[in-house]
Structures are given as structure tokens and as C-alpha cells.
Design a protein around this ligand. Sequence first.
Ligand code: HEM
Length: 512
Amino acid sequence: MSEMMTVDFQTFFIFSLFCLFSVLCYSLFFKKPKFGCDDDLPPSPPSFPIIGHLHLVFSSLVHKSLQKLSSKYGDFLHLRVFNVRILLVSSASMAHEIFKVQDINVSSRGHVAVDESLLLGSYSFLMAPYGDYWKFMKKLTVTKLLGSQALERSRDVRANELEQLYSNLLDKAMKEESVDIGKEAMKLTNNRICKMMLGKSISEENGEAEKMRSLVTDSLGMMKKAFLSAIFRRPFEKLGISLFKKEIMSVSRRGDELMERILTEYEEKPEDHQGSDMADVLLAAYRDKTAEYQINRNQMKSLVMDLLVGGTDTSAQAIQWTMAEMINNPKILERLREEIDSVVGKSRLIQEADLINLPYLQAVVKEGLRLHTPIPILTRLFRRGCKVRGFNIPKNILLVVNSYAVMRDPNVWEDPEEYKPERFLGSSSRSGQVEEEIRELKYLPFGGGRRACPGSNLAYIVLITAIGMMVQCFDWRIDGDKVNMEEARGALTLSMAHPLQCTPISRNPKHV
Ligand code: HEM
């Protein structure tokens, strides 16, 4: 394995063409995967010989090209890229069938990118197959790391970071300078999660905060390559090629060194920590010889990376898109501000305790996540063969749920392309509760079923307080009339092609 060739991202597509001949030989000389007859699978749109639907799956806006494909050929399709088979789900009714009826069968994600990597490797909770290790980590994450008591304990950390963001924005307002909302949001989400996880060890003074931010940025840059590598690893390995291994391992090693240093410091100086950081909880689980599952040191470090990578960019993108919608929809912004002013007033910053009394703010955030879902494509693997809509689905086939298309499905969403927070204003009646349950089945910003995001509660808190503060304390000026809402091409998370740049104007006349 060590003498395998490694290729970088840019040369991947060119290299793919050179590989066609080899792939042809491969498909002729290697046994076909045991998928039975294609007639048993859902319909397949027209494809090219050998590469199959490669051109569609690797278009620059994958979720959109897949959405177009589904509106033409159907909401349950069978695609092929070289030898890799993919089932594509694009409607709310199919997503319901998958996450309610087939959930246990699709509760693994697929192959890992590079086994020994902490980033999406075989230690990763995010990539772990459904089994004892994943179940143990899921319980630990949902109950102890991101559960309601843990979130309560870390409230002050988040309040301090929100005040820090407010001060930065106020400073810009006084200097009449513009800010890149995405970058500010990224700093906020990164700092918040780092501090919740690693407490005082991560400070600006000792330089660890900056190292951590750059590690997260590089890991995010590597994610798309890691996902491609995970999907196409097996066929390329047979040709002696290891996709992106060198780059993935280089980021992984840096993460390993940084994490090891911080965790060792925790172990050597326990008196410096209050015992309530996430790292304390993780170390306790690692040392607990009676635990249901014995996690090793790499698994512990990998989880820290999973949480950092899973929670920062997603939340930052959601803040940016929702603020862009606010600026483009002044009436919605005005209504939101009235709600915040009447509940919070003008003499203090919005706090987490206010959220329960701010239903319109909650609706604004939910609608932002629907229309601009940060992870538009969910990937899973059929662990077992099963029957879906009368088709015999074999095991080990890849499942792609286009959650972007599901949340714009015109059969279940009225005016799906429009930003309308009112649709999320619940009713307290019984029929309102039923409506709420039905809505949840077609609302997938955090995925669905067992593998759904364990960080959704934290994410809502982060988003709601950040957007609430920005609307409560500032007016926003942009160049031109409207924010350009074009999506960036080739990004793994749904990003803005033109990052939101705007100037804050303080609403408190004392500050200008
Ligand atoms: C707006 C913010 C966020 C969005 C939109 C988001 C979205 C998602 C989605 C779509 C998935 C895949 C679910 C599936 O396959 O069904 C996921 C998984 C995951 N998310 Fe999030 N997430 C967010 C924030 C967070 C935060 C704050 C954390 C933790 C600090 C986090 C940690 C994770 C982890 C560990 C997984 C893997 C779960 C598993 O495989 O079992 N996420 N997230």
C-alpha cells in the first residue's frame, strides 16, 4: 500500500479520463459486483458507457443537477459511476420511506477515506459503521457531550463568545467598515465549539486557538476530497491508486499532534480544569474500564475532530445565508426586530433564556435552514438487502438523499423557492401538533433517522442567538439593492458564491 500513487484534487478528473481504458479492463476482468439484475433496481436515466453518470454526480452544483435529473426521471433513481452503484432519493415521500421504514438498513455511511486517518478514517464516529462503537459514541455524544445538561454548563462560554462578536461588530460600525459575515460567523462557531470542548487550553494567548482554527479550515478543505476518496476508494485501489491519501494524512497528523498535546496537558494538570469541559467527559469515558465499549486514544481524538469539523462550517454557512435573507426581506427583518425589542428590550443583549419567547426568530432560522440547507446531500450505505417500493435493493449499494430537493419538493412545500418563516409558526392545537410531525418528516437540514445530526440543539442555539444579536443591535448596509444569492460551485457545504459583505450600523445612538 505504501508505494501507491497519490493524486491531488485538480488532476482527478483529467486522471479519470486516462484511467478509462484501465477501468474498462477492470470491468472486463474483475467479477461484476453481486447486484443481481438491474431490472430489480429503480429506473436509471440515460448514461455514458463506462463512466455511467459521472458527469452528473460531479457537476459543480451536484444537488441542483441531481434535482433536475429527478424532476425529469423520477424521485427514486439508480445511477452508476464506473462500477459504483448509487440510489438517489429526491422527494419527501421517498425520504419518509427511507428514514422511517428502512432506517436500520441505511444506518451506515460507507467506506472510509484512509483507514489510519483521524479525519473520516476508521476511528471516526461520523464514518463508523452501525455497530457497538457507533452506538456507544452516539449515546456519549447525545447524552453527555451535547445533551441538555452539558449545554447548560457551557452557557457562559457561549455568552462570552456572543459578546465578543458584538464588540467586533460594534468596532466595525464605529469605523464604518464592512464585515464578511461568513468569516465572523466561522470565528464565532469555531471558538464556541473549541472552548466548550477544550476549555482554557484553547486560548488566543498561547496561540492554540489560531492553530485550531487553521486545522479546522484545512480539514474542511479536505472534506470533499475525503468524501470522494471514500466513495471511489475500492475501484481505484484495485488500479493501485490511493486518492488524496498524502493530503488527507498530512492534515490528520497535524490534528493528531495538536490534540495529543492538549489532552496530555489535561491529564497532567487536572487541577487546571473544572471537570466540566467535553474533554473531561471524553477522558473519563476513555479511562473507564467498565464502560460498555472501550474507546481508544485515536477514537477519542477523532471524535474531537468530527465535532469541530461537523459543527463549525455548517453553522457559519447557515448564519450567513439567513442574514442574507434578512437583508433581502426588510419586512421580515422589521417583524423580527419588533419581536426581539418587545421581549428583550434594548438595554441588554439577547440571551439563550430568551429563545423560548421568540417564536418568530426560531421560524426565521428554521426557514433559512430549509431553503439553504448547509449539507444538501446525505450519503448512506445499504447494510442489508431490502425491498423499497417493490424494488429489490441489494446490500452495499450507496444511498444518496438529496435533502436540498426534498426541502424544495413542491408536493409538500407551498411556494418552495420562497423564504417564508411564517410556515414554521406552529399552532398549539392538536391538529397543529400533527402538522408539526408531518413537517418534520420532510424537513431534513440535520438529516434523518439514527444517523441524524447529534449537534442540532447546539446548532439552533448558536444560530438563533447570533442572528438575534445581529438583528437586535445593528442595521445592515450593502452595496446595491439586493444580496446576490448565487450558490458557490464545487463546495461541499452550501456556500455563497459572493460572500456576504455588509456594514453594520449600530442601533444604539450612544455607540456612533
Ligand atoms: C447548522 C448546523 C448543522 C447542520 C446543518 C448539520 C447537519 C448535519 C447533517 C445533515 C448530518 C448528517 C445526518 C444524516 O446522515 O442523516 C450531520 C451529522 C453530524 N453532525 Fe451535524 N450539523 C450541524 C451542526 C453540528 C454541530 C454543532 C455538531 C457538533 C458539535 C455536529 C456534529 C455532527 C456529527 C458528529 C454528525 C455525525 C453523526 C453520525 O454519523 O451518527 N453537527 N450534521
